[in-house]
Structures are given as structure tokens and as C-alpha cells.
Design a protein around this ligand. Structure first.
Ligand code: ADP
Ligand code: MG
Length: 327
């Protein structure tokens, strides 16, 4: 319980997109190379995430659905330097409590595994044999079927799917080594191949962020005192559609931060005109001890120990990349 109390806040299952985020992050934590996301009706009626990761042992299946059961933290110190994406051990439990959930998994190549099914708070999970290749599938049906008050806050199928797609986009950006597919109402929308070379990365970036962004994108890579900033800087644009093309990841986690946006705005303002929408996909790799990511687990907040250093690195990297864009 003490451990639980030291963790900033509980998991919030707000909408299909938040379910998708937790399930996909679990897949990646499990070492998946292939992740398939299938949604029905914006993810409200159905959402399935299937991976080819390590899988879950038969006896651990009910545990995976139990609150505060995580296989990812062993000491309090781990909270300081969380290496995996999930660490709070309540996502699956929370999702299971507001949906009809089936968790199927296999740890070997036999084609056989085990499944547990739950319906809302009725958590008396029965373990049954099931066909499944090595890896895990989580199927979430009828989100909020037992909590009408929360269901009422869901938007249209299209809006909910838009949020879900954005979640996949963000995770796909930080996990270029993972192949992703996204299907909505039986239609395959995305198929992203793993990318390692610069050319493959650019191709994948184009699929995720659109060709206009990629065509004008400038690569960035700068480093200071063990902090590495890399990624792409787009041509600033008046176009609203690019207004949201602002991705900043700190150690793989999407972040919105005043220090970051200030540095970006300043770099743009110094080189180009005001009033445009910066577009960027940037990754900051920094010693986990030099950044506090536990400010709030769902709000994308972060606190750098050395704000000035980070600010100046971003400014310098962007300024350099933008300088040769000057008309
Ligand atoms: P957390 O990810 O914070 O540990 P979750 O509630 O998301 O908590 O998951 C609980 C546990 O279930 C995980 O710690 C992990 O052991 C197991 N688990 C969940 N999803 C998967 C998956 N796709 N592959 C393998 N194990 C999983
Ligand atoms: Mg998790």
C-alpha cells in the first residue's frame, strides 16, 4: 500500500484511446515486435490488441487483472528510474472493471495458451485453454457497459477513433522497431513496418505524420552533457492541420512542457516569422535521474532538474536545423 501511495495517481480509463494506450504499452513492455490493434465503433464496442511478446504464464493470468499487481517494479528506487512504460499495476484491473475483457496468452510456440474472461466487477475469472500463438491478446468489449455515467461522456465513434489513432501514432513514433497495424470496423488503416535505416525511418514517419511534413523535415541531432536531442523539425506552416504535429518525447514518453515549448518558439521566432505553427517530432534522451516523470502519470508533465541546459540544447538544435530553411 505504501508503494501504491507513493505513486502519483491512479489509472484513469477515460475512453477507448486510454484503454488502447495501456494495452499497447503493455505489449511493448512484453517485448513485442508486432502489435495489431483492431477497433470496432471507435473502440467503444470492441478493441483488441494482440502482440507477439513474452506472454503470460497460466497462473499469472488472474494476477495480471488484479489491482496493484505489476511484474515491473521490485523496489521503490525503481520508481525513480522506471525503464518500462507501465509501472502502476492497475491498468488491466481498471479496464476489466468497466468492460467485458478477455485476456488470452501463450508463452510458447505450441499454438496453445490460456484465456481468462471477466465481466465488469464480476472478477471471478475462469481460466480456460485457448488457441493462441506466442504472445498476448486483450479484447475489451462494451466499454463502460456497467457505468452509464461514464459512457455518457463518450463522443461519436469518429471522435473516439480519432483519439485512438492519435495514441497509436504516438506509440508508433517512439517504437520504430515495432510493426503496427490498425484496423477500424474491419478496414485496415495502417500497416507500419519496423524501421532501422534513415530511409526506412523517413518512410514510416511519412505514413504516421503525412508526406508534407516529411518532405520538408530537417533531421536534428545535438548533444550536451549526456543529453541527446534527435528527430525532425518540419517547415513551419500556417496550416491548422499541422498545428497538432508537435511531438516531444522524453525517454520515450510524450511530454508537454513549458521549457520545451518556450525553446521551440524562441528558435522559430529567431529564424523565421511569428504566427506559424511549428511542426516537429523530437526525442530527448536523458538520464532518468535528471527528470521527474511522476508529476502526473496521465497529463504528460515532466520536470527537468537542469531546465536551462535542456532549454538551450533544444534551442541550439532547432536553431541549427532551421537556419538552412530561411527563405
Ligand atoms: P503494469 O503494466 O503497470 O504492470 P497492468 O495492469 O497494465 O500493469 O498489467 C499488469 C501485468 O500484467 C503486467 O505487469 C504484466 O506482468 C502483465 N501483462 C499485461 N499485459 C501484458 C502483455 N501484453 N504481455 C505480457 N504481460 C502482460
Ligand atoms: Mg501497463
Amino acid at each position: 500500500a505504501r508503494l501504491a501511495n507513493q505513486i502519483a495517481a491512479g489509472e484513469v480509463v477515460e475512453r477507448p484511446a486510454s484503454v488502447a494506450k495501456e494495452l499497447i504499452e503493455n505489449a511493448i513492455d512484453a517485448g513485442a515486435r508486432v502489435v495489431e490493434v483492431q477497433a470496432e465503433q471507435g473502440g467503444i464496442a470492441g478493441l483488441r490488441v494482440r502482440d507477439d511478446g513474452d506472454g503470460i504464464a497460466r497462473d499469472d493470468l488472474p494476477l495480471a487483472l488484479a489491482r496493484h499487481a505489476t511484474s515491473k517494479i521490485h523496489h521503490l528506487d525503481d520508481l525513480e528510474a522506471v525503464a518500462t512504460l507501465g509501472f502502476r499495476g492497475e491498468a488491466l484491473a481498471s479496464i476489466a472493471s468497466v468492460s467485458r475483457l478477455t485476456l488470452t496468452s501463450s508463452q510458447d510456440e505450441s499454438g496453445l495458451g490460456w484465456a481468462v474472461r471477466t465481466e465488469g466487477r464480476d472478477m471471478a475469472a475462469v481460466i480456460e485453454p485457448a488457441r493462441h500463438p506466442r504472445g498476448t491478446s486483450v479484447e475489451v468489449r462494451d466499454l463502460f457497459f456497467n457505468t452509464p455515467a461514464r459512457r455518457k461522456f463518450l463522443r461519436s465513434e469518429t471522435t473516439e477513433f480519432g483519439h485512438l489513432e492519435e495514441v497509436v501514432r504516438r506509440i508508433a513514433l517512439v517504437s520504430p522497431q515495432v510493426s503496427f497495424s490498425l484496423t477500424h470496423n474491419q478496414r485496415v488503416l495502417w500497416q507500419l513496418k519496423p524501421a532501422t535505416s534513415e530511409a526506412e525511418l523517413l518512410r514510416r514517419l511519412g505514413q504516421i505524420c503525412g508526406q508534407p511534413f516529411v518532405q520538408a523535415a530537417r533531421p536534428i541531432s545535438v548533444e550536451t552533457a549526456g543529453i541527446h536531442l534527435h528527430g525532425w523539425m518540419g517547415l513551419p506552416t500556417f496550416s491548422r492541420s499541422q498545428a497538432d504535429l508537435q511531438y516531444f518525447f522524453v525517454n520515450g514518453r510524450m511530454v508537454r512542457d513549458k521549457v520545451v515549448s518556450h525553446a521551440v518558439r524562441q528558435a522559430y521566432a529567431d529564424v523565421l516569422y511569428h504566427g506559424r505553427h511549428p511542426a516537429f517530432v523530437l526525442f530527448l534522451d536523458i538520464d532518468p535521474g535528471a527528470v521527474d516523470v511522476n508529476v502526473h502519470p496521465t497529463k504528460h508533465e515532466v520536470r527537468f532538474r537542469e531546465q536551462r541546459l535542456v532549454h538551450d540544447l533544444i534551442y541550439r538544435g532547432l536553431h541549427r536545423a532551421l537556419a538552412d530553411l530561411r527563405p
